[in-house]
Design a protein around this ligand. Structure first.
Ligand code: EVA
Length: 603
């Protein structure tokens, strides 16, 4: 059980949430001297910095954009004199770790850059006055933290982050920040699980509060009519003629949880929920008992100027593009996204494979390329730092499930992306991570992880842990690209035939396949990097997907072009987008649209 409530902030008659987004103050601290010099009381030479956003792409020099080390943020907020409950500041995330101070007092530290940081401030704030909020953050990568990487120190002493992953190490306060005031006795958590019975549904619920007063719950339909009511911290609501949350046809109820002292309302929290079930049955993924074929993307939180900062505008455009192309799902590769993404997916009926930042667990120069071609590497889970890495991994799984468990859009948890999986060390490591996850989800959603090329049918020790199997494969790109593409497809079939021979009786989903493609380049006959090649590659991949009944999903890499670390393999970022970074379709987008629109929900 996490110490702080992860509930998304709401405002109602007893709770207030104030958005602290806007222009904050900011200062780099390359010598890590801030603490010794008392910066927690106020930054001595700060510049302005928008929140939420990554700091990198505002700058015009390499040193600032690629900054690695400590950096500080500061803002101030007013606390009304009549606030007598509990107060906390809730950051959607701070990348990758942070210590938070209020009025100079150190209040909490948090590890991990993609999940909320909840800071109780009740004892530190001055009521009826301005209060100073300071954050010391750090974006260094290591083999103990998620995602994995290292830091290179250059001869002038400057640090440079060396990601073991293929996306830019965007950092900062990248999600919204709220000041929240809640009653002393409050709802701290809730969860639901569903059972369908003909036209009706049972909603099993459980509520946690910080006190002993009685709890009641009401389920409101989309028009606000009461669909069911219950008393007590746990119980079951019977919903007659339940309106189900369906794939791309969402219906949301609102669960209203109240704590009363006699007639007096002590606290109230409400959230939208969707009644639906998810299960794996043989080689099928079932939503509400019906098979669904996953059509979608691996995505990134990534856009011009704001980097990994959350923007309602970017999210809106992304959903419109995904709807236009006929998609029904996405994976939050390679980290949990801002909560607002899930809220939109709940509304739009999109399915999400929610991924923990377990990426980069393989040591190689270009992990993704080594992964793609199946080249050898040293065992990652054999070193001294593994116990700490594992503790971090499990903590982030816990925080992710705690945060996202009530979203109907979330249909599965992905616990890794492309780690080394061929050693018994890897199996032992992931057995513990999977066991932790299984114990945490009240809805018992399927667990999985994305496997790269060297995690093959004959080598991978970890696929038995997965309820359905996710493969990232680049036959025709990293393997036998260009003129050898027919050879590549033959090898692809050979691998799939080997998987088929194992008779696993589980669904397989392709969570990555793609080619870097420059939106401006055409050539006939095609060559790699042209739009024509991306089309040919996809057509051949589709043929493979359509040849095996157990393949139950295709999630192209990537939804859009995105920024990555510089290198000879990347042309101003990764260009495998089906859309450009500005969210305009490449030619191949029309191919996907035709295929996906002609597909029924199930294959
Ligand atoms: C790629 N391949 O090479 C992708 C990476 C991704 O961006 C992978 O999972 O195997 C990775 O992060 O484009």
């Amino acid at each position: 059980m996490l110490a702080q409530s992860q509930l998304y902030p709401v405002t109602n008659s007893v709770r207030t949430s104030m958005l602290l987004d806007g222009m904050w103050r900011f200062q780099f601290d390359p010598a890590s001297c801030g603490q010794a010099e008392g910066w927690e009381n106020g930054l001595p030479a700060s510049i302005s910095m928008p929140v939420p956003a990554s700091f990198s792409d505002f700058f015009t020099s390499h040193k600032e954009r690629d900054y690695c080390g400590d950096f500080w943020y500061q803002t101030s907020f007013y606390v009304p004199a009549d606030w007598n409950g509990s107060m906390y500041v809730r950051f959607g995330s701070i990348t990758h770790r942070a210590t938070v101070y209020c009025n100079g007092q150190e209040l909490c530290s948090h590890e991990g850059g993609f999940l909320p940081v909840v800071v109780p401030v009740t004892a530190a704030v001055k009521k009826g006055q301005e209060n100073v909020l300071v954050v010391k953050a750090n974006n260094e990568l290591s083999e103990k933290s998620l995602p994995c990487g290292s830091v290179k120190v250059l001869s002038d002493g400057r640090k440079l982050g060396k990601p073991y992953f293929d996306f830019f190490n965007y950092s900062g306060i990248q999600r919204s920040v709220y000041l929240v005031h809640i009653p002393q006795e409050a709802v701290t958590d809730f969860d639901t699980a569903y059972e369908l019975q003909g036209q009706d549904a049972l909603v099993h619920y459980s509520v946690t509060t910080s006190g002993d007063h009685p709890v009641s719950v009401r389920l409101l339909d989309a028009e606000g009519n009461v669909a069911a009511e219950g008393q007590g911290k746990t119980g079951t609501l019977a919903v007659a003629n339940a309106h189900l949350w369906q794939v791309r046809n969402a219906y949301l109820y609102r669960l209203v949880i109240s704590i009363h002292d006699g007639e007096k309302l002590i606290d109230q929290y409400s959230a939208k929920i969707g009644i639906r079930t998810v299960e794996i049955s043989g080689p099928r993924i079932l939503v509400n008992g019906k098979p669904v074929y996953l059509r979608g993307f691996g995505k990134h939180e990534d856009a011009d100027i704001i980097g990994r900062g959350f923007s309602w505008a970017v999210a809106k455009r992304d959903f419109e593009c995904m709807k236009w192309i006929g998609a029904n799902c996405f994976r939050t590769s390679h980290y949990p996204y801002a909560e607002e993404w899930y809220q939109l997916a709940d509304e739009e009926g999109f399915l999400i494979i929610d991924e923990v930042p377990g990426v980069g667990m393989m040591r190689s120069l270009w992990n993704f390329a080594a992964a793609g071609s199946g080249s050898k590497y040293t065992y990652f889970f054999e070193t001294d730092t593994v116990p700490q890495l594992k503790a971090n991994h499990i903590l982030q799984v816990e925080e992710m499930i705690q945060r996202d468990k009530n979203h109907p859009s979330v249909i599965a948890w992905s616990l890794f992306n492309e780690p080394e999986t061929t050693s018994t060390f890897a199996y032992d490591y992931f057995s513990e991570v999977f066991a932790a996850a299984r114990a945490l989800d009240p809805q018992k959603r399927p667990l999985t992880g994305a496997l790269e090329k060297s995690s093959g049918p004959d080598t991978c020790k970890c696929y038995p842990l997965c309820d359905f199997i996710c493969l990232n494969r680049y036959y025709g790109w990293y393997i036998c690209g260009g003129p050898e593409i027919d050879e590549a497809i033959q090898q692809f079939h050979e691998e799939m035939d080997q998987w088929a021979a194992l008779n696993l009786n589980k669904p397989f989903v392709f969570t990555e396949f793609g080619t870097d493609t420059l939106g401006s380049v055409h050539k006939l006959p095609s060559v790699m990097w042209t739009q024509e090649y991306q089309m040919e590659y996809m057509e051949l991949n589709f043929q493979v997907f359509d040849s095996y009944d157990f393949i139950q999903g295709e999630m192209a890499w990537n939804f859009a072009d995105f920024q990555a670390a510089e290198g000879t393999m990347r042309v101003d970022g990764n260009k495998k987008g089906i859309f450009t970074r500005q969210r305009q379709p490449k030619d191949v987008a029309f191919l996907f649209k035709k295929r996906w629109e002609e597909m029924k929900d199930a294959k």
